[in-house]
Design a protein around this ligand. Structure first.
Ligand code: ADP
Ligand code: MG
Length: 694
């Protein structure tokens, strides 16, 4: 009988839902955590110590004792020997099972106890003489309180019996890939026979595991590529200007574009000139020079008669973009508008009005810009900076907002509706992510990479300094300031308490202020209002503040070339990506810069590994790869916010080869076998439509 979720008792259904199980097929894919071997009976004398074993015997004696605490103690014998059994927490039915004279099977580890060999808390089952042994290993499933293994097992059993487990993939393909058929693979994983090495199961290297991992990766690739195609089928304005505005901007720059910048700009231009919406991610390490590329793309769109939106994750960053871009674009006669969340009501309305009437050609703001009711007169290009801050779902929401304002009718039409004119989308990210992760996370985007830093940068010197030498560091700050340079001093991330984090920042600010009376020391933290933060950042940028104590709010994008020293307190608590981003705040000009990582000894292993990596390299991609190795993908992308159909079975590092194959197979199936695509996605993603909408 198929477990009909609608008919299940509410409490059961809600516990299943907690496990993410919402339809019978989810049960099929709910794989065991581990297995118990009840296929083999040991004689008590032969049973190895310290590993789970199954023994069977007669209860000789049982009693509840109270010393040293309440417990049920029994003695069980088979024809080879005897064993003590001890249950500290027990139910009346266990007491009945273990009554003198009963026959029981016990599954547990035997330990050499003070009073002879004993099993503590074995699984106890009553048996008549000669009851059959299990033929397969007994699965132990991940579960939640209130849903016992036997009940969950029964439900999964029913699902395995009733769900369609035939293959979604053609036999020839499976043969080529050397993969097992689907039905036998899942059955095997639920009920492996005892001859299969436990290790192949726990390490997920068994061929049955490979099949599940491949299917999962394939489903992910297919859904993301389909999302890509669906958007690709929409209409976008063809932006093919002569490029006069862009050429004028380039001519006025104090620097020439790097080869990498020129290359990615050409890729973007090719997209803009096509009648389908661009969906491109521009990746480039911190300081690689993404902003100028975005500005040039914006000028193309503007010259073609369209408006451009530029969104940044924070107000500080948005303001900085506003300043930089107005300095570049205003001389060319392009009206740039800053739609800041912190503007007064009247000013904001005025700004929005200029956007709506089309007087503003480039509108810059936080993504609130799009969440509020800003309707562009004619939006041709939407640029999202630091997009890694946004998850896939947010990415989608932004796109829909952007789209909703671009339609000729202006109505918030369904994203899939035909004849809609979508804006082109350019997303920028400074988080270099390893190739495997990119293949997975960004499979719905085209990716351009700026893989070269502008010339003339002096490499940043990184130093690891024990926090005990804090005084020396303060002297170092004085020295840097005395040379006319500026410093960041970043306070530790205190995850447990924002209040505590704020307090340390306030204390450090006071300490630095006292130690450096000849300089002005600022303080910026997450509790300030956006306008206050922006004001402090602006003062720092104008060199009215020589040192800036900050919680990690400065992590993103801020550009003050005169700042040449970054001190990071309790660097051992920070992640690699974050350290890399922070360090990238200095070394932005030709001046020699340094980054001091203050740590408190003793360091844990993980912290040591991280600091070693950050000390040894400034290559963002290398750092990202190490980060993936140390933390795993969920952590890097922030599993909660990434919104990516997170992989349950496959591991991006270990299964990189499978991922590559899945990607190739996905492309081929989309081309040649749409019915296979449908069947595969139906199996893997039905009921999870939210994952398909990316
Ligand atoms: P990011 O990619 O981190 O956003 P930015 O766009 O802020 O980097 O650029 C960092 C700095 O490098 C800026 O001051 C920018 O003006 C400068 N820059 C960008 N491109 C070049 C180049 N080709 N040559 C020299 N400096 C450049
Ligand atoms: Mg930037």
């Amino acid at each position: 009988m198929r477990p009909d979720f609608a008919l299940l008792p509410k409490p059961i259904a809600s516990r299943l839902a907690k496990l993410g199980l919402k339809r019978p097929f989810d049960l099929v894919l709910h794989l065991p955590l581990r297995y118990e071997d009840e296929t083999h009976l040991f004689r008590i004398v032969d049973a190895p110590l310290g590993a789970p074993v199954l023994v069977e015997g007669q209860v000789l004696h049982a009693e509840v004792t109270f010393k040293p605490r309440r417990q049920l103690v029994a003695r069980v014998a088979d024809d080879s020997g005897e064993l003590n059994v001890r249950l500290i927490n027990f139910y009346p039915n266990q007491q009945q099972q273990l009554a003198a004279g009963r026959r029981v099977r016990l599954l547990g580890e035997i330990r050499r106890g003070f009073f002879g060999d004993e099993m503590v808390h074995p699984k106890v089952r009553s048996v008549g003489n000669g009851a059959a042994l299990a033929e397969a290993l007994t699965p132990v499933y991940p579960t939640v309180n209130g849903l016992a293994q036997p009940a969950l097992r029964r439900l999964i059993e029913q699902a395995l019996d009733s769900c369609e487990l035939s293959d979604t993939l053609p036999p020839a393909l499976l043969h080529d890939l050397g993969l097992m058929a689907f039905g036998p693979a899942v059955r095997l994983l639920h009920h492996p026979t005892p001859d299969i090495a436990q290790r192949d199961l726990s390490e997920r290297t068994h061929v049955a595991w490979l099949r599940l991992k491949f299917d999962e990766l394939l489903a992910q690739q297919l859904s993301m590529r389909l999302a890509y195609r669906r958007r690709r089928d929409q209409t976008a304005p063809v932006l093919r200007p002569a490029g006069a505005l862009a050429a004028r901007l380039v001519a006025g720059l104090p620097f020439g574009l790097t080869g990498a910048q020129t290359k990615v700009l050409a890729e973007i231009r090719r997209d803009l000139a096509s009648p389908h919406p661009m969906q491109r991610l521009l990746q480039g390490d911190v300081g690689a020079g993404k902003t100028i590329v975005a500005a040039l793309a914006a000028l193309d769109a503007i010259e073609a008669g369209y408006q451009v939106a530029l969104m940044a994750p924070t107000e500080i960053l948005a303001e900085q973009h506003y300043k930089k871009l107005s300095a570049w674009l205003a001389p060319l006669g392009v009206a740039v508008e800053w739609v800041a969340g912190s503007l007064g009501k009247k000013q904001k309305e005025a700004a929005i009005g200029r956007v709506e009437r089309g007087e503003a050609r480039l509108a810059i703001g936080t993504h609130a810009l799009f969440q509020d009711a800003v309707a562009f007169e004619r939006l041709g290009l939407a640029i999202v900076d630091e997009q890694h801050r946004f998850g896939v779902h947010q990415r989608l929401a932004l796109r829909q907002k952007a789209g909703g304002t671009a339609a000729e009718g202006g109505e918030a039409a369904d994203a899939a509706a035909p004849n809609r004119v979508e804006p082109h989308m350019l997303m920028m990210s400074a988080t270099p992510i390893p190739r495997t992760l990119a293949m997975s996370f960004y499979a719905d985007l085209d990716v351009s990479v700026i893989d070269e830093l502008p010339p003339g940068r002096t490499p940043i010197k990184t130093r690891l300094v024990n926090d005990a030498r804090r005084e020396e560091m303060i002297e170092f700050v004085r020295k840097v300031c005395s040379e006319g340079r500026q410093c960041y001093w970043v306070c530790p991330l205190i995850e447990e308490s924002e209040a505590l984090q704020l307090q340390t920042a306030i204390d450090t600010h006071a300490q630095l202020g006292e130690a450096l009376p000849e300089y002005r020391v600022g303080l910026v933290h997450g509790r300030l209002k956006p306008a206050e933060k922006a004001e402090i950042m602006a003062a720092f940028a104008r060199n009215e503040l020589q040192a800036l104590v900050a919680t990690t709010v400065i992590e993103v994008g801020v550009d003050v070339p005169n700042a040449t020293l970054m001190v990071i307190e309790h660097a051992e608590r920070m992640g690699l990506a974050q350290l890399h981003q922070l360090r990238g705040r200095v070394g932005r000009g030709a001046l020699e810069s340094s980054c001091v990582l203050l740590y408190s000894a003793p360091l844990g292993d993980l912290a040591k590994q991280r600091l070693k990596v950050i000390f040894e390299t400034t290559d963002g991609f290398l750092i990202a790869r190490e980060d993936l190795r140390i933390r795993g993908p969920g952590e890097i992308l922030g599993a909660r916010q990434s919104g990516v159909p997170m992989l349950r079975f496959a591991d991006l590092e270990r299964d990189a080869a499978l991922l590559e194959r899945a990607r190739d197979v996905a492309a081929e199936l989309l081309e040649r076998a749409p019915q296979v695509v449908d069947a595969h996605l139906e199996r893997w993603l039905a009921g999870r439509e939210e994952l398909l909408k990316t």
